[in-house]
Each structure stands twice: as structure tokens, then as C-alpha cells.
Ligand binder design. Structure first.
Ligand SMILES: [Zn+2]
Length: 305
């Protein structure tokens, strides 16, 4: 990675669209600042429900071509965010969307939920050793909301960070690399509550209904939030990226809905919980940069000054 920027950020997600919803503003901001942003998506999202009626034929129970279509949506979203390094774990189609918890899709051939964690983590460890990111972003142990692919993405990401840094691990090529900081995607409860109040007040009829705070993945008490990334300047790019996932997301101004047609807020400040590595926030203060507290990249090209 000699020619790559000094600051390198890796995000691990379950399906195309998760990255834009959770981290779109963060990804756009760091890409614009010259950091190297790598997205690894673990499945093609083959089991997603399709919103536009004219594309309903793509669904798994009809043509079964949604995965390839969603890869195209993801490419368009990455273009909107300015991210050029996006990959599927083990290559497109290596792991299949496992569907919602408790469905027969959980155990279809290739289902990510059934993947051997060490094997999948090895594929990701190879990416880590190659890209050598200082920062990794993924989900919490519940995957944010209990979807099997999100839970598995968490397990694989955390295990991959371990394997990549283990000098004795030789199953994949590359020199050992320790990821300095690991974050889980979060939303502070008070921010979610305020955003839903605004939605109910200003756009109650934008969609078929309004979702609940509990429907938002990763909501926790504010005290657990260590880091907030103000992506307001990149709100437009995030919205364009979300719209690119047209089979999965309907956007209306600062709100959006998934296939359940329940309105949710688009967050343009994105929140994180630092679970490994040094905090650059100072005592009791939130960080405003995922690379904060890493002295060797603080003054590097592409770093914020
Ligand atoms: Zn997902």
C-alpha cells in the first residue's frame, strides 16, 4: 500500500445498502478528505424485498436475479460517495444473504449465517493485511438489530482483526497488521427520539406509516456514544447513495423507508462506539474524527488539520 493515503478506513457490512444508511456521510467525508476508504460487503442481499413494482420480478422467489442487480446499485452508491475500493467478501456471490432470522433461507447452500467464521474471517484478514487500515467499522454483537447476516458480519469482522494481527497466522498472505481502532455503528437514543418526533410532526404521511425508535439498528443510551462524525456537508452524497439502492430504499427529503414503508430519519451526523484503541476525545468528550488519537496519522497528508 505504498501509494495509498496515510489514513485508511475499512467498513464491513452485511448487504448492499447497509453502508449508505449507516455510514454514507462518514464514507463520503473521509473519501473527500483523501483517506483510503474500503468497503467489504459480505453478501449480495439476494433475499431483500423489492420496493418498486416494476422491479419486483428480480426477487428471490421470482427471477432470483436481485443479487446481481444490487451489486449494480452498490456500485452507483459508491460512485456517489466517492469510494473506489469496494469488494464482496471472497468475491461476489461467495456468501449468500441468509434472510431474516428463523427462515429456511438461513440454511440455504452458501448462506452467510452458516459460514465457517474462521474461513470467512481469513478472507477478510487478507484484505486487512493488504489495505492495512488503522480503523475498522462494523456492527455490534447483535448486528444492530438481530439480522443473521449482520450478526455474522460482526463476528467475521472482529475475528478477522484478530487473525490479521496475529504474526503466527499464516493461512493468508501478507504481513501481520493490527487495526488500531475498532468501532461499532450506533445511534444515540435521544437523537433518534428527536428525529422521529420531527418526522411525526413534519412528514407523518410521507410513507405508509412511521417506524419506531426501536426499529433503528444500533440505538443505545447516549452515554455509550464515543464518537460523532458530522457529515452534514455530505448529506447530499448520502442521499444520492441511498437512492441508488432503489430496490431497497425509498427516500423522501430527510426521511426514508425500507420495504415496510415506515418512515425513518436519514442521519447525516453518524455515531459510533469505540470498542478498541485509543480515544482521541479527551476525558468525557466525544471524538469528532475516527482517526483521533493516532499520532502517526494525525499530521499525515489527507488528515484533517
Ligand atoms: Zn443489511
Amino acid at each position: 500500500m505504498k501509494d495509498h493515503p496515510a489514513r485508511r478506513l475499512l467498513l464491513v457490512h452485511a448487504h448492499p445498502d447497509d453502508e449508505s444508511i449507516n455510514n454514507g456521510a462518514t464514507m463520503a467525508r473521509y473519501a473527500a478528505e483523501g483517506a483510503h476508504v474500503t468497503l467489504v460487503t459480505c453478501t449480495l442481499g439476494e433475499e431483500g424485498e423489492v420496493i418498486p413494482p416494476d422491479l419486483a420480478h428480480l426477487a428471490a422467489d421470482r427471477d432470483g436475479t436481485l443479487g446481481a442487480h444490487r451489486a449494480g446499485e452498490l456500485a452507483a452508491a459508491m460512485k456517489a460517495l466517492g469510494v473506489t475500493d469496494h469488494r464482496f467478501l471472497g468475491g461476489a456471490g461467495r456468501y449468500r444473504d441468509s434472510g431474516m432470522m428463523g427462515t429456511e433461507q438461513n440454511h440455504r447452500p452458501g448462506a452467510f449465517w452458516d459460514a465457517d467464521v474462521d474461513e470467512a474471517a481469513g478472507l477478510l484478514a487478507e484484505v486487512i493485511r493488504s489495505v492495512r487500515p488503522q480503523v475498522l467499522v462494523t456492527y455490534d454483537p447483535d448486528g444492530g438489530y438481530g439480522h443473521p447476516d449482520h450478526i455474522q458480519a460482526h463476528r467475521v469482522a472482529m475475528r478477522a482483526a484478530e487473525l490479521a494481527g496475529d504474526t503466527a497466522y499464516g493461512a493468508v498472505p501478507g504481513e501481520a497488521h493490527t487495526v488500531a481502532k475498532i468501532y461499532w455503528n450506533r445511534v444515540p437514543r435521544t437523537v433518534a427520539e428527536a428525529a422521529f418526533a420531527r418526522l411525526r410532526e413534519t412528514a407523518p404521511d410521507a410513507f405508509g406509516g412511521v417506524a419506531e425508535v426501536g426499529d433503528v439498528p444500533g440505538v443505545v443510551d447516549d452515554g455509550r456514544i464515543t464518537t460523532e462524525i458530522d457529515g452534514t456537508a455530505h448529506a447530499g452524497a448520502k442521499t444520492v447513495a441511498m437512492r441508488a439502492h432503489a430496490t431497497q430504499i425509498a427516500v423522501d427529503g430527510p426521511f426514508f423507508a425500507l420495504s415496510n414503508d415506515l418512515g425513518q430519519p436519514v442521519f447525516t451526523t453518524e455515531y459510533y462506539e469505540l470498542v478498541r484503541g485509543p480515544s482521541g476525545g479527551g476525558p468525557g468528550a466525544r471524538e469528532h474524527d475516527l482517526f483521533a488519537g493516532l499520532p502517526d496519522v494525525a499530521a499525515a497528508p489527507g488528515a484533517r488539520t
